[in-house]
Design a protein around this ligand. Structure first.
Ligand SMILES: C[S@@+](CC[C@H](N)C(=O)[O-])C[C@H]1O[C@@H](n2cnc3c(N)ncnc32)[C@H](O)[C@@H]1O
Length: 421
């Protein structure tokens, strides 16, 4: 039975830490230190046994003895079974009531918030995501009256958090960062995090960062090999691009958000990546074409292509796939030569129960041809809302699409694909 709960302060709107003191009076047995083990075993079912507390305390009066704390519903020693009473008497031990004090520092965030929120409050808002020193909350409006108190408790209870922010309004639609309000702690939104062996620094109020994507970042980076060419179309501050470059891939990394671009450059320096990564700051469509030209320009005779395109802008990345139609039209003489073409890793959302069917259909409509089912994989990344999941579809760009005439296709009319002319 858990008897330890803080005093209730329904209606407290400003945190008063001193109001959370509580004194518990409970029965103890004073036992010689060397006999503590045997008594603990015998009184196993009668111990205090409360979360985050000890059943044995030092005796303030002597180093030779300890205090074994018994459960709080025992008023007097006579409430114990006879054989246990006899054991205490035989050993000549003393028993008495002992007061234990608990204060604000003892209670958990959830306990404090339960004590101040209305009794019928559901889903007490104690959870947050951590980005470096920042705790990022997404509070329901009904909890706004307590937002400062909630944030202060989170700040107090998490020693490595020094700023607590709450998401306000919706996400910036283009650059995918959140508008946020600092609720407690210092007004410092420059976060520093470590991921995939790299350190990242960025202004969390100006760029996109999501720590929940770290396994997805790792997964794709593991696919990239040394000396492969990787084109990261929506690179943010570089969580795919930097670890890929660090392992020896040659990375062209773009983001339209000037802040993401600047922080990516800072991070390249901070991680001492001296070569093999080229940051761009332009629209994704324009970048795909530019990066292809720039990579080709590094070679006089040999045709060079990227091995991988990464497209992590799940809300709209599929719409950018039309850029691949005819991307290599100027090299159409290579059609039929089995020239190696890039893999496209495109992130997207779906609410469909048949994710593969829905996503390949959408990809096919935009590109003017469905990806080859035998070479296509669909990886579930995470659930983002009830019945809405994020996926990554990976497929090789087909030569029919890569070398096609770019402007002769209107994807909305879903024309049948023809070989390049
Ligand atoms: C979902 S975030 C992903 C960032 C990073 N790849 C990651 O995994 O954390 C998408 C990024 O695309 C950028 N972006 C949005 N629209 C863009 C566009 N039209 N062209 C290039 N980048 C764009 C945003 O600024 C944002 O940084």
């Amino acid at each position: 039975m858990n008897v330890l709960t803080p005093p209730l302060h329904r209606g407290m709107m400003e945190l008063e830490r001193s109001a959370f003191k509580k004194v518990i009076s409970t029965l103890v047995i004073k036992v010689p230190t060397k006999k503590v083990g045997i008594f603990m075993k015998t009184f196993d079912e009668d111990l205090f046994n409360q979360p985050r507390t000890r059943n044995v305390l030092p005796d303030p009066e002597s180093k030779e003895t300890k205090l074994i704390i018994l459960r709080t519903d025992l008023e007097k020693i006579d409430d114990l079974p006879k054989e246990k009473i006899d054991m205490i008497k035989e050993q000549g031990l003393s028993t008495f009531k002992h007061e234990i004090e608990f204060d604000y520092n003892f209670w958990t965030t959830e306990q404090i918030l339960h004590a101040v929120m209305p009794e019928d409050a559901q889903d007490i808002p104690s959870s947050f995501t951590q980005i470096g020193h920042i705790a990022h909350m997404n509070l329901r409006e009904s909890y706004y009256p307590w937002k400062k108190l909630i944030a202060q408790v989170i700040l107090d209870k998490n020693k490595n958090i020094t700023t607590v922010v709450n998401k306000v309004d919706s996400i910036d639609t283009t650059f995918r960062f959140f508008k946020m309000e600092v609720l407690a702690g210092e007004d410092n939104l420059i976060a520093e995090v470590k991921e995939s062996g790299c350190k990242f620094k960025f202004d969390f109020s100006k760029v996109y960062w999501n720590s929940r994507l770290h396994t997805e970042h790792d997964r794709l980076v593991q696919l990239f090999k040394k000396n492969e060419y990787v084109c990261d179309v929506f690179a943010g501050v570089g969580p795919f691009a930097l670890p890929a470059a660090k392992k020896g891939a040659i990375v062209y990394a773009n983001d339209l958000n000037p802040s993401s671009h600047e922080w990516m450059k800072e991070n390249i320096k901070a991680n001492k990546i001296k070569s093999g990564i080229y940051p761009y700051n332009m629209d994704g469509r324009e970048f795909i074409r530019q990066a292809v030209k720039d990579l080709q320009a590094t070679s006089k005779n040999e045709w060079k292509t990227f091995d991988h395109f990464v497209m992590n802008l799940p809300a709209t990345a599929i719409d950018f796939l039309d850029t691949f139609r005819g991307l290599y039209h100027d090299q159409k003489h290579l059609y039929d030569t089995r020239a190696k073409l890039p893999m496209i890793h495109c992130h997207c959302f779906t609410k469909s129960t048949d994710a593969m069917q829905d996503i390949t259909e959408r990809v096919g409509t935009i590109m003017g041809g469905k990806p080859d089912p035998l070479k296509t994989t669909l990886h579930w990344v995470r659930n983002v809302a009830p019945k809405k999941d994020m996926y990554c579809i990976s497929f090789p760009l087909s030569s029919e699409l890569a070398f096609a005439a770019p402007n002769k296709y209107n994807f909305k009319k879903k024309k049948v694909l023809q070989p390049p002319n």
